[in-house]
Write a protein that binds this ligand. Structure first.
Ligand code: ASP
Length: 315
């Protein structure tokens, strides 16, 4: 197996070969649900530590860990010594010396794991950091897209909604162009980044209907109210920027619609669309398990001897 990093903070931490391995390994896990590679002793121990709310990501990791045959612990950061002023590094080292092999960490602070790039206290997966990135979501989305269309080269995906505050969009922008996909970022102007900052293969378009007409896939985003400093107005959002089943039919675009969840029915999409076969949000949830199994397996197998030796010596 290709070597894998011990810190997965960003899509930038993976090269094309590693991503390709994850895609085929995820397929292997999906096709062979009886596989449980960690059913040996001692079993690896994997923790989640989420300092921000989550329904899908945390539970999907919990299921993936159990499916792999690993031991799962949910480290409750709210009631931990982090609240007594302990540093994140000390907390992770404590987990490491208790025998935890990997921790999936979520925080509302962007780039919080970057401090560990040189000296890693424990193997770490970014489960979403502020507005920065959500690499495992992007990887499972890529896997879902490959299931929907084996050759993504030249296909256009439109990410519609609160792009500027979306860590998912930021990871997708780094990932999908590597597979030849073109990306349109669409939504109200205040939710779009400055065009000067866009990577190659990514463009902006404010007109929703024009965006839909040019798309092969639509990826809807929730308005990230918790990251808005001022007031957020949803008034008429569905009408002006959201996507309904009716609108897709009127534009003659019977195309897959993805959503990382949680979806706000009546805002970025309507009830008819979420209940239709065009909606792929549940497929993404389903695919999150084999992809997260693939990610954990790859990172646990890398046999990195430097973990837990922050700043050198071990006494
Ligand atoms: N679940 C995704 C995230 O954690 C998307 C969202 O919350 O809107 O970023």
């Amino acid at each position: 197996m290709a070597s894998f990093p011990s810190l997965l903070e960003s899509i930038d931490d993976l090269n094309f070969t590693q991503i390709d391995v994850l895609l085929s390994r995820a397929k292997h896990f999906k096709d062979n649900p009886q596989l449980s590679p960690f059913n040996t002793t001692p079993k690896p121990i994997i923790a989640t530590s989420f300092l921000e709310n989550s329904t899908r990501t945390k539970h999907s990791f919990a299921v993936a860990i159990r499916r792999l045959g690993g031991l799962y612990i949910d480290f409750n950061a709210e009631t931990s010594s982090l609240k007594k002023g302990e540093s994140l590094e000390e907390t992770f080292l404590t987990l490491f010396y208790q025998g935890v092999n990997l921790c999936v960490f979520r925080s509302s602070v962007s780039h919080q794991l970057s401090q560990f790039k040189e000296n890693l206290p424990i193997k770490l997966v970014n489960g979403g950091d502020g507005v920065n990135e959500h690499p495992t979501q992007a990887l499972l989305d890529l896997y879902t897209l490959t299931e929907l269309c084996p050759d993504l080269n030249g296909k256009t995906i439109s990410i519609i909604g609160d792009n500027i505050h979306s860590r998912v969009a930021h990871s997708l922008m780094k990932l999908l162009p590597q597979f030849g996909m073109k990306i349109i970022l669409s939504g109200p102007l205040e939710y779009l980044p400055d065009s000067a900052t866009l990577p190659k293969g990514v463009e902006l378009l404010t007109d929703r209907d024009e965006t839909v007409k040019r798309s092969d896939f639509i990826y809807l985003l929730r308005i990230q109210k918790e990251r808005h400093e001022g007031k957020t107005s949803n008034d008429n959002y569905l009408e002006t920027n959201g996507v309904s089943l009716d609108r897709l039919k009127k534009l003659n675009k019977i195309i897959p619609v993805l959503h990382p969840g949680p979806a706000n029915i009546g805002v970025e999409l309507d009830q008819a669309l979420i209940k239709s076969s065009l909606y792929k949000g549940y497929l993404q949830v389903e695919n999150s398990i084999p992809m997260r199994m693939a990610i954990i397996e790859a990172m646990l197998l890398n046999n990195d001897q430097n973990i837990g030796k922050v700043n050198g010596e071990k006494f």
